[in-house]
Design a binder for this molecule. Structure first.
Ligand code: ADP
Ligand code: MG
Length: 337
């Protein structure tokens, strides 16, 4: 390559890099500014180029940027600086060069977001552990109550109240079921994988799913392609499929179709797709999907998706989804190695 070609290449690289980058000459005029920096300053290239930074962007005059620039010249050494504002914090490196000062900066809103999310997940974990403890403690008295109810139900004087006893026991069983599901979630029990095929798991569950769909005037259509066998926990994957198809059916009105598909992606991963024609996931919960007890349903437990996410994690799979007013598509991608 000729030197000029190199120069254009270097120019393109600097221009396209995700970090903000600009060069100020000795008079603090912009002699180069890349796209990321133009975006950040929210001005046009013409408004900036060949203009003095303190004039076009007066708010920087009262910051540490000016003294740090002077220091970079004085000491002829790189200077680093972090400037915090209300929205973000930017990290700047100022390099003295022959052309003037080369300034490269990154905004760290993204970094902050990651930190916040990690803290959030940690908090959730603690809450989850506490809740699991509480849930376990609730079970014991419930068992006692259930036992006495069953005893009372056998009493001759109580025969007329049989339906009430039945209802009470059923309600206790339902509460117990919810606790079991919840405990399963937090247990992170080691799963015992067996070599099996995802299509077999789907086929074995299909009669159950189809019966349920037909009862509600809905349809399940499968489109299964040949996929390799994987080491999976069969019962867990069945549970995942069940929870997701339940949600799909619940999201649709009469005549809705739920599609279950399998395919192999370009990385040889086995993908399971569950697609519905429902109203889409409520935007207020898309970010929280998978958090225990997040539900928009009157009698929903909000545990189904959390269980799916923990099953996916244990079975080396990821869950992605797209959603909109025409329906929702979940793709569960089982890693092949
Ligand atoms: P539940 O079904 O008990 O409400 P889930 O954890 O299974 O709990 O689902 C949580 C929430 O996610 C649901 O209440 C619903 O709002 C939303 N959701 C899940 N799957 C779908 C879907 N296929 N279409 C629309 N919304 C969905
Ligand atoms: Mg559900």
């Amino acid at each position: 390559m000729e030197t000029t070609e190199y120069n254009t290449e270097i120019n393109t690289v600097l221009n396209d890099m995700p970090d903000g980058c600009y060069i100020l000459n000795k008079d603090f005029q912009f002699i180069f500014i890349n796209d990321a920096a133009i975006n950040y300053f929210n001005k046009s290239k013409e408004e900036l180029l060949n203009k003095e930074i303190w004039e076009t962007l007066p708010k920087y005059k009262s910051t540490k940027l000016l003294p740090m620039c002077l220091k970079a010249y004085e000491e002829n050494m790189k200077q680093s600086l972090i400037m915090k504002s209300r929205q973000d914090s930017i990290e700047l490196n100022i390099y003295p060069t022959k052309l003037g000062l080369l300034i490269i900066f990154q905004t760290s809103t993204d970094h902050k977001k990651v930190v916040n999310e990690t803290a959030y997940i940690e908090r959730l974990k603690t809450i989850g552990e506490m809740a699991a403890g509480v849930a376990h403690e609730i079970r014991n008295p419930m068992t006692t109550v259930k036992g006495f109810l069953q005893l009372l139900a056998q009493d001759k004087n109580e025969q007329k109240n049989q339906h009430i006893f039945k209802l009470m026991v059923e309600e206790l069983d339902r509460a117990n079921e919810i606790i079991t599901e919840f405990l399963d979630l937090s247990k992170n029990k080691p799963s015992i994988p067996q070599v099996t095929n995802i299509n077999l798991i789907i086929k074995s569950l299909l009669p159950l799913l189809e019966t349920r769909a037909l009862k509600e005037n809905k349809l399940i259509i499968t489109n299964l392609s040949k996929t390799v066998d994987l080491a999976l926990n069969r019962n867990e994957v069945r549970q995942l499929l069940l929870n997701m198809v339940n949600n799909a059916l619940e999201a649709m009105t009469d005549n809705g179709v739920c599609y279950i598909e399998t395919f192999t992606d370009k990385y040889e991963n086995v993908c399971l797709v569950i697609k519905d024609e429902g109203e889409g996931i409520c935007p207020s919960i898309t970010k929280k999907l998978g958090t225990p007890f997040v539900s928009t349903k009157e009698s929903g437990t909000g545990l189904g998706m959390s269980i799916c996410y923990s099953i996916a994690e244990r079975n080396n799979a990821t869950i992605d989804f797209t959603t909109g007013s025409k329906g929702t598509t979940f793709t569960i991608c089982f890693k092949n190695k």
